[in-house]
Design a protein around this ligand. Structure first.
Ligand code: GUE
Length: 297
């Protein structure tokens, strides 16, 4: 029987455990607080940001909600980041991507105080991760490590194939997989759009992480029997009945399920874990900034 890894359930368990950390920090120091900055009219971005805000409220984490017009000058966004950096009541800052074309996202990321950078996208935090002493682990790959652990998948000595080399998923996933266990010590191959024979690589894998942003790229014929399949894709495509859009992953779930020993669904897999690890990093940020120890789950 193929295990369907329930990201909603694993994330809910983690949120529950984080609640006591939030209570400890609130009592001993101050309420952990996350600021979200949205500069987009994209309904998906709006939904993600409001889900993140709702998660915070559920745990007792404070929120700041900044929204900017998409035609505002970049300097206005920089000013918002500067103010949030300087605000001692704000522990964590997330500038939702994508930002409009006239804003250089890289400049935004480099402006965020690395101590408040709960996405772990600032070069200092990327550098620490690559060097092997991460401060914050990037939310999606960290969430994937937690999902694998929850499904009793030991990565140590396994062959992992990461499909996709993005800054926010593929690259940090590789870095976490090649670090020490738990969740690491995997022999890791990274594939991307210039990979000559993707199927030859994925067929060798004990663990496949599909993070290419290509709908249903990985199907059952590309998998080894018993592989563990993690689907990071969130592609909104036209519904088959022509009525609106539907959400599909980077994995063809039905055929992949026939081969896999365990697989994550979309929705309800990696997405909720990404949000849970953002809460985790926010709690960690508050703990670091207030010198208050908490036992992170
Ligand atoms: N600075 C920044 N940090 C991010 O972490 C970031 C970002 N920008 N920009 C966009 C991506 C995307 N992302 C998602 C997180 C959770 C779900 C999620 O919870 N999805 C649910 C619901 C999906 C739905 O119904 O739309 C699920 O998969 O079950 C999806 C997408 C974070 N991102």
């Amino acid at each position: 029987m193929t295990e369907i890894i329930d990201g909603n359930a694993v994330a809910a368990g983690l949120r529950e455990e984080l609640t006591s950390c939030v209570d400890t920090l609130t009592a001993a120091a101050s309420r952990p607080t996350l600021a979200t900055v949205l500069m987009s009219d994209d309904p998906a971005s709006e939904t993600y940001v409001s889900m993140k805000q709702d998660d915070c409220e559920e745990l007792g984490i404070g929120t700041r909600d900044v929204e900017l017009d998409t035609d505002a000058p970049a300097s206005e966004l920089f000013g918002v980041v500067d103010d949030l950096n300087a605000d001692d009541d704000v522990n964590a800052i997330l500038v939702q991507s994508p930002v409009p074309d006239h804003v250089d996202y890289r400049e935004v990321l480099e402006r965020i105080d690395p101590m408040k950078d709960v996405d772990a996208f600032h070069p200092e935090n990327v550098g620490r991760l690559v060097a092997g002493y991460p401060r914050y682990k990037p939310c999606t790959p960290h969430g994937i490590q937690r999902l694998l652990a929850a499904a009793d998948v030991d990565t140590d000595g396994k062959d992992a194939v990461v499909v996709g080399r993005s800054r926010i998923v593929g690259k940090p996933m590789v870095n976490l997989f090649i670090q020490d266990a738990p969740g690491g010590n995997a022999t890791t191959t990274v594939c991307h759009s210039h990979t000559d024979d993707l199927t030859a690589k994925t067929r060798e894998a004990d663990i496949v992480v599909a993070a290419a942003g290509v709908p249903e790229l990985v199907d059952g014929s590309m998998l080894k029997e018993g592989a563990v399949v993690i689907d990071v894709g969130i592609n909104r495509i036209e519904a088959e009945d022509g009525d609106g859009t539907t959400l599909v992953g980077d994995v063809d779930f039905e055929s992949a399920k026939e081969k896999a020993s365990a697989i994550t669904p979309v929705p309800g897999g990696v997405g909720p874990m990404t949000r849970a690890m953002l809460l985790y990093n926010t709690v960690k940020a508050a703990s670091l900034q207030t010198d208050t120890e908490v036992e992170l789950p």
